[in-house]
Design a protein around this ligand. Structure first.
Ligand SMILES: Cc1cc2nc3c(=O)[nH]c(=O)nc-3n(C[C@H](O)[C@H](O)[C@H](O)COP(=O)(O)OP(=O)(O)OC[C@H]3O[C@@H](n4cnc5c(N)ncnc54)[C@H](O)[C@@H]3O)c2cc1C
Length: 465
């Protein structure tokens, strides 16, 4: 059946507002956040309801036409750009369907933006804790499909831990209603987990029930300067013990990354008077009013006494806390302005993190004298964004090619430490080859699941497997 037949069928079945062939409207959907991917699609579908998604997927299934679902298009693994697939944007499906404060749950449609969900939870005096740099654009459906992490995983877990139920349109166009808000439901396999982290390969997520938490009564943020990555890992354990589990975020910032931010991000200011090779941003939250700052201050003093902290600054107000967070959140922006970098979103056991960073840095620098390592990220999750920039600004595609051997070496080392080649960004098309080379048995099992749910291979056929 021709492409034209499926397009005609879609246009006939959906209201005119629910599709577009306007190149101007489609264009922003055809390039990724990093500006590297350029794609194409015969049509942009913009369904307003689960029924419309089901109708569209059913038509595509009947014609064997491939579909790429898209949320906020902020994914970082070349998985959100269509290359000829029918593009299905969930952005119009952005309603908060329900909030139940007594059940600590919220039901949102797939296109709801994370910041909107956080705001809706706050209005009900609750917290939805997922928090990441793209929260102003990333959608619930995309965050579920990539099993996003972010800065509060240490305390609240990844998206996988925050989902109670899912509604999805399956690859045959039928609707699976798994939208439970229950906390206990042992009725066989936990099917929702199949869709979390599936990157759109098993169906289209149309809505989700999310877990809410009590809003902390007080929060405090500090930045500490450290002499080694090892001190960061030790300090995390000390901070957890001293605050009774109050650490909500613990983020590693290397000198190299901070320098890029200070140089390229307007308004960024050095947090400490001295210069240190490593920093950590620490956020402590508590259920008691005014308790977080004294608790964090006391824990910092313990860290200094233990010889783990060289210097530290406790944010004196919310504006300063926001400035500190900005230094961490804008590292990708600073890196982008510096030039191209080979990026590795990897994880190892927390206890091995410093050893991994030190060894990988030394070995990559030995292989590539031009390399400038920017290793930042989530110490509490053993997740380091081990990025290899060039010492000289303005590096381009040549530098990325020169990094290929170093990339394989980083992934080999990750394997040696029992780690993962994708901690939180997913596989997309970028890491597909690495995944099948390094985890063939897992990929075979995933293929069996894919075959059972999507025998025609129409859902995101280029991703993951
Ligand atoms: C500045 C910045 C900071 C970031 N920080 C973090 C971070 O700290 N931690 C982290 O984990 N990630 C981070 N990310 C990446 C993160 O994965 C994405 O921001 C987010 O999870 C993707 O959501 P999205 O709505 O943009 O999805 P998209 O990019 O549109 O899609 C991502 C994937 O999910 C699929 N998909 C989208 N919606 C659906 C749906 N409804 N049903 C089925 N499949 C769907 C797509 O086909 C694609 O394969 C960051 C990204 C940026 C740009």
């Amino acid at each position: 059946m021709s492409n034209a037949a499926v397009i005609d069928a879609l246009k006939a079945a959906l209201p005119p507002k629910s599709w577009s062939e306007d190149p101007g409207e489609i264009a922003p959907h055809l390039t990724d956040w990093r500006g590297r991917e350029r794609g194409e699609t015969p049509i942009l579908l913009k369904p307003a309801s689960t029924e419309e998604v089901a109708k569209a997927v059913g038509i595509c299934a009947a014609h064997g036409a491939a579909i790429l679902p898209q949320g906020g298009n902020t994914g970082l693994v070349a998985g959100s750009t269509p290359k000829g697939e029918i593009l299905l944007s969930l952005k119009r499906m952005n309603a908060i369907r329900a909030i139940d404060p007594l059940n600590d749950s919220l039901v949102a449609e797939a296109g709801a933006i994370l910041e909107t969900v956080q705001g809706a939870a706050a209005q009900a005096n609750r917290l939805f804790p997922l928090s990441l740099g793209s929260q102003g654009s990333a959608t619930i459906g995309g965050l579920i499909s990539t099993n996003a992490g972010g800065v509060h995983v240490l305390r609240y877990g990844m998206m996988r831990d925050l989902v109670l139920g899912i509604e999805a349109v399956l690859p045959d166009g039928s609707v699976w209603n798994g939208l439970t808000v229950l906390r206990k439901d042992n009725t066989g396999y936990d099917l929702k987990q199949l869709f979390i982290g599936a990157e759109g390969t098993l169906g289209v997520v149309t809505a989700a029930a999310l877990k809410l938490f009590p809003r902390p009564a007080s929060a405090a943020v500090a930045i500490a300067g450290l002499d080694s990555a090892g001190a960061a890992v030790q300090l995390l354990a000390l901070m957890k013990a001293e605050t009774g589990g109050g650490v909500a975020a613990f983020e590693l910032i290397p000198r190299s990354g901070l320098d890029m931010v200070l140089k390229h991000v307007p308004g960024a200011r050095a947090p400490l008077a001295g210069s240190y090779p490593w920093h950590v941003l620490i956020e402590v939250t508590t259920g008691q009013a005014d308790a977080a700052a004294p608790m964090l201050q006391a824990a910092l003093e313990k860290g200094a006494e233990a010889g783990l902290i060289a210097d530290a600054a406790l944010a004196q107000n919310q504006a300063q806390a926001a400035d500190f967070w900005k230094l961490r959140e804008t590292i990708p922006e600073g890196e982008k302005a510096h030039g191209r970098a080979a990026k590795h979103d990897v994880s190892v056991p927390v206890s091995k993190m410093a050893e991994f960073i030190d060894r990988a840095s030394a070995e990559v620098e030995a292989m590539l004298p031009e390399a400038l390592i920017v290793a930042f990220g989530h110490v509490g999750d053993g997740n380091v964004h081990f990025n290899v920039s060039a010492k000289s600004p303005g590096a381009g595609e040549d530098f990325i090619r020169a990094c290929e051997k170093a990339t394989r070496h980083v992934y080999d080392l990750v394997g040696e430490y029992g780690g993962s080649i994708s901690a939180e960004h997913g596989i997309g098309t970028l890491k597909r080859g690495e995944l099948s080379a390094r985890k063939p048995q897992d990929v075979a099992l995933m293929r069996a699941i894919k075959q059972a749910l999507d025998p025609k291979n129409i859902m995101n056929p280029r991703m993951v497997l």
